[in-house]
Design a protein. Structure first.
Length: 335
């Protein structure tokens, strides 16, 4: 702990290399800002990660994937902590429990925990990828206070929140609960029992009120939505003055343009040919943005898409490469 406190007083430019010398695995471009206390035995930090300032982390093992952020004044304490890539833990979020072996907190890629959440992972909490946890949400793996031998209820057990679930603000999740994939939980709901996948749940206790929550779109509906996104983006003003974005058809695009693949996935050879011509590819079905000729609007448009729940891995492509980039973390950058 003394070493962790000393490192916390150093700027990132000194603290990161010294932590590496002490045995931590820290990727390129990672920043650990002033006042951040990391008391961890086995530490792995991916490239481009931002932590702090004034964050407190205590764990036996802690791993955080590429381009994830832990914002100021967050507190994380669990025996085992694992955070995926492109995930954000917002300010004033608290993940906290006793350091017992069952105490594990795992969250996947492209997920977010909003401010003022309290999460207690004593019996283990697993959160999937593309999950949104709204502010002031409470998640517990235990439920006890009154005397069990005097008839009080008692409940301990893990919590699982599956991929693409969304808990709106002020949701409470009790122990021994699973929230199914693609399920949406309304503001103020209290989840006391497992919710199935792809439902809209509300109430105290939370129950499915709309099934399914998400419906499959046909090609025409998907195209209509994509066109609406582009129209809205054009109306708000584009950095650099102009954006070349086309949906599913690259014939009008030149170098630095962006092909937005919505309905017609390209074969590997077709995609590589476009990249060799300097045309960037946004492959929505596969969640990938492949950049070969970066322009100011590329990162801005990628950020804009998050308003619509579209989160992408960014990869770099070098013309003349023998093959396309693969979606591994070392080639991905935040935009």
């Amino acid at each position: 702990m003394l070493m962790a406190l000393l490192f916390a007083l150093l700027p990132s430019s000194l603290g990161v290399p010294l932590r590496r010398l002490a045995g931590a695995r820290i990727g390129r471009g990672a920043r650990i800002r002033f006042g951040t206390v990391i008391a961890v035995g086995d530490l792995t930090i991916g490239e481009g990660v931002r932590i702090g300032p004034f964050v407190a982390i205590q764990a036996r093992s802690f791993e955080i994937g590429a381009y994830s952020y832990i914002n100021p004044l967050a507190i994380l304490k669990a025996t085992h902590l694992r955070i995926g890539a492109y995930t954000r833990i917002c300010s004033f979020a608290v993940i906290f429990s006793d350091l017992i072996e069952s105490c594990r907190f795992v969250i996947g890629d492209h997920s977010s925990i909003a401010p003022f959440c309290w999460i207690e992972p004593g019996e283990g909490i697993t959160v999937g990828s593309q999950v949104g946890i709204g502010g002031h949400t409470f998640i517990f793996t235990h439920g006890s206070w009154s005397d069990y031998l005097r008839g009080s209820p008692w409940d301990y057990g893990p919590v699982v929140i599956e991929d693409r679930a969304w808990l709106a603000w002020r949701v409470t999740v009790q122990a021994n609960v699973t929230v199914g994939h693609d399920t949406i939980v309304a503001v103020g709901a209290v989840i006391t029992k497992t919710l199935p996948p792809n439902v809209f749940a509300a109430g105290m206790p939370a129950k499915p009120v709309i099934e399914p929550a998400l419906r499959a779109l046909n090609d025409a509906e998907r195209l209509q939505r994509a066109e609406k996104i582009l129209a809205t983006y054009s109306e708000r003003g584009v950095p650099g003055g102009r954006a070349q974005i086309a949906i599913d058809d690259a014939r009008a695009l030149g170098r630095g343009g962006l092909l937005f693949i919505v309905n017609h996935p390209l074969a590997v050879g077709e995609r590589t040919a476009l990249l060799e011509r300097g045309i960037n590819v946004l492959d929505h079905p596969n969640g990938r943005l492949i950049v070969v000729d970066d322009r100011p609007y590329i990162a801005d448009f990628r950020s804009f898409l998050r308003r619509y729940g579209i989160r992408l891995y960014r990869e770099e492509f070098a013309p003349g490469s023998p093959r396309e980039p693969l979606p591994h973390l070392s080639s991905q950058r935040a935009g």
